[in-house]
Ligand binder design. Structure first.
Ligand code: SAM
Length: 222
């Protein structure tokens, strides 16, 4: 995890054998050269069924995603995580929790555009995206106009994007961009919400131990 990696260390673990079928590992180079050789990111292609799918972008070690998947066995869940160590940890965890409705994709979300299919994702979680401090980090920014274009296409009608951050200014910046976009509306009257998930990620726990409470907003595709 770019910023998270330095803050919240993930111990390297071997992938357990049973986790191999749940972990996809797609390199940026291959995705760039030949995106057509990869599965589309749909329930049909990844799970062989047509259940609603929820996607966490930057799922890290998967605590939030796995807890969510445990509460909704009738839905599918996809975690997209660029860091191999974190993706392995998440895949091992879903085996420990005996979850069959989750896939972890180790890949850079920025290269997955050609694999998104219109009106196929039910919910998207972008929680604690790495903030952009310097100009050279701009290319790492996930939430921008291009992201909103992708969400306007890939989400089903009424589908939602949840955004959480421990940085109030960063959250406000993302929200201001979304509020200018008529394709989305906030699902709540107050500008932001508190975030109390059933299971907190190690990243959220780290900041809350320091007294920092994250904020959240949720957008619905109209
Ligand atoms: C600060 S962590 C937050 C993790 C998790 N969402 C949570 O709630 O704790 C941000 C994560 O996003 C991942 N990430 C950053 N850019 C990414 C990208 N372009 N594609 C996939 N994952 C990315 C990082 O590796 C890191 O694990």
């Amino acid at each position: 995890m770019a910023r998270g990696r330095h803050i919240v260390r993930v111990k390297p673990r071997e992938l357990v054998a049973e986790a191999a079928e749940f972990l996809l590992d797609w390199t940026a180079e291959e995705l760039w050269k030949a995106p057509g050789q990869f599965s589309k990111l749909t329930s049909e292609a990844l799970f062989g069924n047509s259940r609603a799918i929820e996607v966490e972008i930057g799922s890290s070690t998967g605590e939030f995603l796995c807890a969510l998947a445990q509460t909704a066995p009738e839905r599918n869940f996809l975690g997209i995580e660029v860091t191999k160590r974190a993706a392995i940890e998440a895949a091992n965890q879903l085996v420990e929790m005996n979850l069959k409705n989750v896939r972890i994709l180790r890949a850079n979300f920025k290269f997955l555009g050609p694999l998104l299919q219109p009106e196929t994702w039910d919910r998207v979680y972008l929680h604690f995206p790495d903030p952009v401090h310097k100009h050279r980090d701009e290319r790492k920014r996930i939430f921008d106009r291009g992201f909103l274009d992708q969400m306007a296409s890939v989400l089903v009608k009424g589908g939602a994007v949840s955004v959480v951050s421990d940085k109030p200014d960063y959250l406000a910046e993302m929200l201001a961009l979304a509020e200018k976009d008529a394709r989305f509306e906030r699902t709540h009257a107050t500008r932001t919400l508190e975030f109390e998930p059933i299971t907190k990620s190690r990243f959220q726990r780290f900041w809350e131990r320091k007294g920092i409470r994250p904020g959240r907003f949720v957008l619905r595709k109209v």
